[in-house]
Design a protein around this ligand. Structure first.
Ligand code: GCU
Length: 707
């Protein structure tokens, strides 16, 4: 059944013309003898994929005949060792896919320095087939730009998933460690196909029980399933665990007994899981315990865990998402205020994991001001794959453009003089013992968020990207077929942040549905416009956080009575009869000052700010003239309505694509788009009705009053 279980690894039979044109490259498969589990996984994936794609079994051979497909490393395959392949720069995870000659016979090699590189190359090779590329003159080299490419599961030990919309947790804790659901292997295959190399199994709002012996054994069982696929397991750690599951009275990071407790705990974990990845920690945020409970800094807390993990090669991912109960400042400023001054104080196996924007995974936020501002602390990106603020399971919102927008953002921060910038003649200053260029404007030099994340801007020795997973026990894994694209685009961009959201969408469509151009063009366009549509019908012009409090589903801009100011959407839009928007300029909260001066200048200026961030940074009168010539009120109404129109256009596109899609997946998307259309109208009508009442403005001519 086309229930979405196979994700993008469907391996449907390719058209006859493609098969006959490329058959000569796929006569036999030559894999290493006595393969490691990883090489066996690569061989089996190829057999499975080729069987499906070619509609026939491909012979497994020991010798390389004409048209052989060879896989292996120089160590595992004398044939690969005998080829002069450019493996030097590929590191531990990279690979080559090459058209080669062996004894005068044309063949194809998938080779790497390590077994996992071979597996990654195998998935790439299968992708070439799935997207119908010709298999001639292949000279592909690829290696990841980022070291840690991780999913973060917000899965609770009771099986529920925080902000999960795809059913219960995949981890069946009750049956683990003895029963290993075959689905765990399919999960690992899907991740390996993207190059995802780690997974944090449990929620950041965690229970200390995840560190008890029983759960360590369960985690070890999952680690064993994932290991051949290059996926390490990590756990979220609760800072107060020494008190809750140890017998200590404090979790103070300066207390030697606490430090010893963590060392012993970490030793215990590594005994069971020798390649355990490390800890993810949410501390002193939204009620979670942390070092500040004892008057210690985030750095002291992180470094204590780092000390325990270091001898084993593990890392700490300390989250910068801090959100206090009492926050006298603008909420958007808290993370920068708390963490930027700690730059240089973290141990070398700590990474600071920063959400893409300063508040919380909104449909649109400016990039987080910490990016570029901590040259001595490796910053990891945290994206949200699950659609907490984007319509949960049903709304079709492809987040590729959101990720791309953030990665491409120019931080305009001065960069270390490495790489491309190094040759240029620039004045320099010394800071933190390093040289920076000191140009008035450091914009346009490629100091993008992507260059922060891949470590090249500041020469980070550790790099990482995390995505809050959208995976659960639903047959289709992600709550909808189109949500699978968000898992996919996350993984592809984690491997290479310079890929485009559009090309990834096309690739995913070809693998998931069909490579027919007519289908791919129309469906990709629909996907590429979907995120802007959601911005328009939910929170246009830089508005944010107007969703219903707690559940975050549907509009509630009127909520104002909750005890903590930031729980109320009115805190974020600040609308009254005179105007709307959050003043974050120097006259307001001055959050703009957390950005590099050129960015602060741009965001702080009404004239220069890109309009999509307008009300994030400015409080403006309703009759303020926008770039369209419409006054602000009318522009707001226009955008809400445009969002609804875009969803209706998506419905029309999908209806036209019916001939290309099987009935099951067609119907799911069709009915989900109906839900989205109804809810886009709900968003528009409720928001306009509310802002009209607050502002006293009249509906512009030609706009129908809300039903
Ligand atoms: C958001 C989300 C919470 C989550 C938190 C976090 O606020 O709504 O459910 O725990 O982010 O990232 O820690």
């Amino acid at each position: 059944a086309e229930d979405g279980y196979d994700l993008w690894l469907r391996y449907q039979e390719l058209p006859a013309e493609w098969r006959s044109a490329n058959a000569k490259s796929l006569r036999s498969l030559v894999a290493p003898q006595n393969p490691s589990p990883t090489l066996a996984a690569a061989r089996d994936e190829l057999s499975r994929g080729l069987r499906g794609l070619l509609g026939e079994e491909v012979r497994l051979n020991e010798k390389a005949g004409r048209g052989a497909l060879l896989i292996g490393t120089p160590a595992s395959s004398p044939l690969i060792a005998g080829l002069d392949l450019p493996l030097g720069d590929l590191g531990n995870e990279g690979y080559v896919i090459r058209s080669v000659e062996i004894g005068g016979r044309a063949a194809t090699a998938i080779a790497a320095n390590s077994d996992i590189g071979v597996l990654y190359g195998t998935f790439h090779f299968l992708r070439l087939l799935q997207t119908r590329q010709p298999l001639v003159d292949l000279a592909i080299e690829s290696r990841p730009s980022v070291q840690l490419r991780l999913l973060n599961h917000w899965d609770n030990l009771d099986g529920s998933v925080e902000r999960g919309y795809a059913g219960q947790s995949l981890w069946d804790w009750w049956k683990l460690p003895d029963y290993r659901d075959p689905r765990y292997t399919d999960y690992a295959r899907a991740n390996a196909s993207l190059g995802i190399n780690g997974t944090v199994l449990n929620n950041v709002n965690t229970n200390a029980n995840s560190l008890t012996p029983g759960y360590i054994a369960k985690t070890a069982a999952l680690a064993e399933v994932f290991r051949p696929y290059g996926i390490r397991v990590y756990l979220s750690a609760r800072f107060s665990a020494p008190v809750e599951i140890g017998s200590l009275e404090t979790a103070d990071p300066r207390d030697p007994a606490v430090r010893d407790w963590w060392k012993a705990k970490v030793d215990e974990i590594y005994k069971a899981i020798p390649d355990f990845g490390g800890f993810l920690v949410k501390a002193n945020s939204e009620g979670q315990p942390g070092p500040q409970d004892y008057g210690r800094s985030h750095a002291e807390g992180a470094n204590m865990l780092a000390e325990a993990l270091r001898p084993h090669g593990g890392a700490v991912m300390w989250r910068a998402f801090v959100y206090s109960d009492v926050n006298p400042e603008d909420r958007a400023k808290q993370a920068y205020s708390e963490f930027q001054p700690l730059d240089g104080q973290f141990a070398d196996n700590v990474l600071l994991q920063v959400k893409n924007g300063p508040i919380d995974f909104q449909p649109r936020e400016p990039f987080h001001p910490l990016f570029g501002a901590m040259p001595s602390t490796p910053l990891m990106m945290e994206f949200q794959i699950t659609k907490e603020y984007l319509g949960f399971a049903t709304h079709l919102v492809y987040v590729g453009p959101l990720y791309e927008e953030v990665l491409d953002a120019d931080t305009c921060q001065p960069s270390l003089l490495v790489g491309a910038a190094a040759g240029r003649d620039r004045p320099q200053i010394e800071a933190n013992g390093r040289s920076y260029n000191n140009e008035e404007s450091s914009c346009g030099n490629g100091a993008t968020v992507a260059r922060v994340i891949d470590g090249s801007l500041h020469n980070y020795s550790r790099t990482g990207v995390a995505g809050v997973a959208n995976i659960g026990r639903d047959r289709n894994w992600s709550g909808s077929i189109f949500n699978q694209a968000n898992w996919y685009v996350f993984g592809r961009l984690a491997w290479n942040p310079d890929l485009g959201a559009q090309e990834i969408a096309e690739e995913w469509l070809k693998m998931t549905f069909t490579a027919d151009k007519q289908f791919v063009d129309a469906a990709a366009e629909m996907m590429m416009r979907s995120r802007e549509a959601a911005v328009d019908y939910m929170t246009p012009l830089g508005l944010a956080h107007l969703m219903g409090t707690d559940h975050h589903y549907g509009p509630a801009p009127w909520v104002s009575e909750l005890p903590q100011p930031e729980w109320n959407p009115v805190y974020y839009h600040r609308a009254d009869k005179n105007g709307i928007g959050f003043d974050r300029t120097a006259e307001g909260s001055d959050a703009v000052a957390q950005y590099a001066p050129p960015v602060a200048g741009r965001f702080g200026s009404r004239a220069k700010i890109p309009e999509e961030y307008l009300l994030w940074f400015h409080h403006l009168p309703w009759d303020y003239t926008t770039s369209s010539g419409r006054i602000l009120w009318e522009e707001l109404v226009h955008r809400y309505d445009r969002g609804v129109g875009e969803v209706e256009a998506m419905q029309a596109t999908w209806a036209e694509l019916k001939p290309f899609v099987d009935p099951e997946r067609f119907a799911e998307t069709d009915s989900f788009l109906r839900i989205q259309q109804r809810e886009a109208r709900w968003w528009r009508d409720a928001s306009i009705a509310y802002f009209r009442e607050v502002s006293g403005c009249k509906l512009p001519a030609g706009v129908r009053p809300p039903e």
